[in-house]
Design a protein around this ligand. Sequence first.
Ligand SMILES: Cc1ncc(C[n+]2csc(CCOP(=O)(O)OP(=O)(O)O)c2C)c(N)n1
Ligand SMILES: [Mg+2]
Length: 574
Amino acid sequence: MKNDSNKQFYTGADALNDALIEAGVDCVFLNSGTDYPPIIESWAKHEAEGKKNPRIIISPHEYAGMSAAQGYAQITGKAQAMFVHVDVGTENLGGAVHNAFRCRTPVYILAGLSPYTMEDELRGGRNAHIQFLQNIPDQGAIVREYTKMNYEYRSAKNIQQMTYRALQIAHSEPMGPVYMMAAREVLEDEGIDVHANIHQWGSTSPAAMDAESVHTVTRALAEAKKPLIITSYSGRNTKCPAELEKLAEALAIPVIEADPPINMNFPGSSPLHAGFDARGFIEHSDVALIIDCDMPWIPAHTRPKANCRVFYIDADPLKEHIPLWYIKAERFIKADAFTALSQINNELDKSPQIFNPALIESRREKVHDIHKKMRESWVYEDGGEDYITPEFLTSCISKVIDDDTVLLNEAISNSMYIGRMLPRNKPGTLFASGGSSLGWNGGAAVGMKLACPEKDIVALTGDGSYIFSCPTAVYWMAAKYETPFMTIIYNNQGWNAPKQITARQHPEGFAVKTNSYWTSLAPAAQLDKVAEAAGGAFAKTVSAPGELADALSQGRDAVRNGKCAVINVMLPPV
Ligand SMILES: Cc1ncc(C[n+]2csc(CCOP(=O)(O)OP(=O)(O)O)c2C)c(N)n1
Ligand SMILES: [Mg+2]
């Protein structure tokens, strides 16, 4: 009998575990199945022998686990592992893979494959009926559109090298998820511990601008009359905001965080912060620097004038995985944002003669004035409503957070209030999913809290997005692994975004005339109670404006005492 499970040796699964530890992967988010005996056995062996295992975080839904791995990497830059069960677990990753890919976030995904053998030829061969149903011709195809490496461990002998290579690719720009598959026979086979020097498996070095581009971009910005900078995710490197501020200050350039920003990129209270919408600026600009931004403006709404000099800097300046995408630019520069900004700043320091101080100072005054008026128009004014408006809710949130609070923005049609009323001034204090698959916020909050237990995390979500997040899995994980955070639901009892866009596209149409949209989630489910039932979260629904401030402070206190809190705030229904 080949299927001798009692024989002890260093297995492919042992090699995989050792490689993940060696590579500094802290957490394995796990949703296992019949493909996992070699791995579970390896973990148990490691524990029994006093060897190190990664922290294993059971994830009762793959979407929540994958979002947690994304959140962890968004805040640390380090890929974590998501282990899923064959084709079906891969399918349950769902849009969370899209989010990680679009957000350029490294994640290592492992999926089992249905065993290769069925007559007891090899250790690990098939021994259950579902393994026949889970065998499909091309499992990797399920997520191939969203993965940078999509491959199978074909031998137990080089599992470690293939794992290091997968992580190396995940961490190299543009970063993203990698998907590795393994059949049980390979994980059960005799592996090799190669004792690799992990420092020889690093990610690619940050790309710098070529000298000519540094020269051209710096001079164009210095000589411009109406320069503009637009960014959306340069702040994913927390050293970037200071470098961007240095450039903006030197030349008095307004900075727009394109809508809605994925990270904190530029201090919201800087008098050069010009809001979140290029409209009103880009049409008048003579030079525009777009740096780390997927789409700086919507061409159907606005665009630069024909002679505006546009420079586009990005790790992936042609967006090669978005087929219909183009903007017109003088130069597309494949470079790391921090490196590029440092190069431009150095060039400015070296060439004081290219400045025109009078021009810069008169512009500075104008931009400061625009910023001041913009911020004044965003200050909340009490209209005496007897219901809670999103503006009032956001103004109350501003009183329970501080400058260090990490905000997750998945508030969808209410997202703009977060930028306007909760300005972030410290790097690493704002995150969005970076993609468009709703539900990221819950898992991401768990992952961020696992990575940074000392931080206060507040997830701001629409009611639809809360439901998409798989809240039973999220709040169970948060309780089990002690990652308390506060969730605040902008509960308009439905999907406002599709309703708004229908009305905008057909302003005189039947839907508007008859008020028929099929976007209502009324009667509202008791969304906060889901978290209470799943993980003992502090749960509160608020409808009266007078009770909101108290509810939010109670939520904050509950989190300080180690529990999650979900404050379900009822807004006017969509
Ligand atoms: C997984 C997924 N399903 C559907 C959509 C389409 N969609 C975009 S916005 C939206 C409504 C989200 O509702 P909610 O979170 O309550 O925000 P609101 O629009 O009400 O502000 C939907 C369904 C999506 N982006 N992702
Ligand atoms: Mg809603």
